[in-house]
Ligand binder design. Structure first.
Ligand code: ADP
Length: 304
């Protein structure tokens, strides 16, 4: 079982011929919305891979809260994971033009109000989980509470510090697996053209970060695949060549695939391969919600 310190966002996109200018009102071609948020995506991707999911997700007291309830029910995730806070449910609004160019803004709303008390109330399910995962769409306090409690009984924790902010030292100390993309790696000082090569200069930086907590550090590099560092050793994983539709959710799918491998105690090379396959399969399909592969789809893709 996996416990998710979650986030939920209703992602709304307006499809337009061109992006509007300030003050302009455009006639749009279409409107699409789908349930998302990094925490929800991780939970959904892990659920599709066959894991039981528990966790906490904050929603508001507005009309979008009902979208969250039906998204959880409709995707097979338990609605008891939702906790209500005052204010608006997380929502994102974006414009996508004919060339696929886009601009968007996300209001985390109630997600910002998730607190350590919410995690404590979910204590029994947290204590039954073998892995606890979190992203930075959640505040530090609930992540810290969940990770410290999990580590106290030896359970594993995975952090995807996205959107990027400095990592609280107590959270870092309680993180066993850290998954970052290029931007987050850069913010952690793992900078450099050296990342893709995993050169000796990089080793000292990865080792210094690892000494503060994470046993395994994985950097995802988009179409260049991923690089991992564990106890002085580098592991490289190429991206699978696929016909990309959009890469929305690829990072979340990668983290879910990596978690699956680690929970099933597969060798690290195999974990990274399955993670990259999940990322690639998600990049082949529009959006995120329908794009995350099932365990069967993942195995079929890898067997092909
Ligand atoms: P994020 O979306 O979080 O920035 P990345 O862009 O690094 O993360 O993508 C996560 C993973 O998804 C990559 O490590 C890779 O395995 C897979 N992936 C992303 N983009 C592609 C692509 N164009 N083709 C194949 N795989 C991809």
């Amino acid at each position: 079982q996996v416990f998710v310190v979650g986030s939920f966002v209703v992602a709304c996109s307006v499809i337009v011929a061109r992006l509007p200018r300030a003050g302009e009102s455009l006639d749009a071609a279409a409107f699409v919305s789908e349930p998302g948020g990094k925490g929800f995506n991780l939970a959904l991707a892990l659920h599709r891979l066959g894991f039981g999911i528990t966790g906490v997700f904050a929603i508001g007291d507005d009309a979008f809260a009902a979208i969250a309830e039906s998204a959880f029910a409709g995707s097979g995730l338990g609605g008891e994971m939702l906790v209500r806070h005052p204010g608006s449910t997380g929502a994102g609004v974006g414009f996508v033009d004919a060339r696929g160019e886009n601009c968007l803004a996300v209001s985390l709303g109630a997600n910002r109000l998730l607190d350590a008390g919410d995690v404590e109330r979910a204590g029994p399910s947290l204590d039954a989980a073998s892995l606890v995962v979190a992203t930075f769409e959640s505040p530090d306090a609930p992540i810290r509470a969940a990770f410290v409690r999990a580590r106290a009984r030896g359970a594993a924790t995975l952090l995807n510090p996205s959107p990027s902010r400095p990592i609280d030292s107590a959270i870092l100390a309680a993180t066993t697996v850290l998954v970052v993309n290029r931007i987050e790696a850069d913010d952690l000082g793992l900078d450099g053209s050296g990342i893709a090569e995993g050169g000796t200069g990089e080793a000292a930086r990865f080792e210094a970060l690892s000494a503060q907590g994470p046993e395994l550090i994985v950097v995802t590099l988009g179409e260049q695949g991923a690089l991992a560092y564990r106890r002085g050793r580098w592991f490289r994983q190429a991206a699978f060549p696929v016909a990309v539709v959009d890469t929305i959710g690829a990072g979340d799918a990668f983290a879910a695939g990596l978690s699956e491998g680690l929970l099933r105690e597969r060798p690290i090379e195999e974990c990274l391969c399955r993670a990259a396959a999940c990322g690639a399969l998600t990049a082949c399909r529009l959006g995120a919600f329908d794009a995350f592969p099932t365990a069967e789809a993942l195995d079929a893709f890898l067997a092909a």
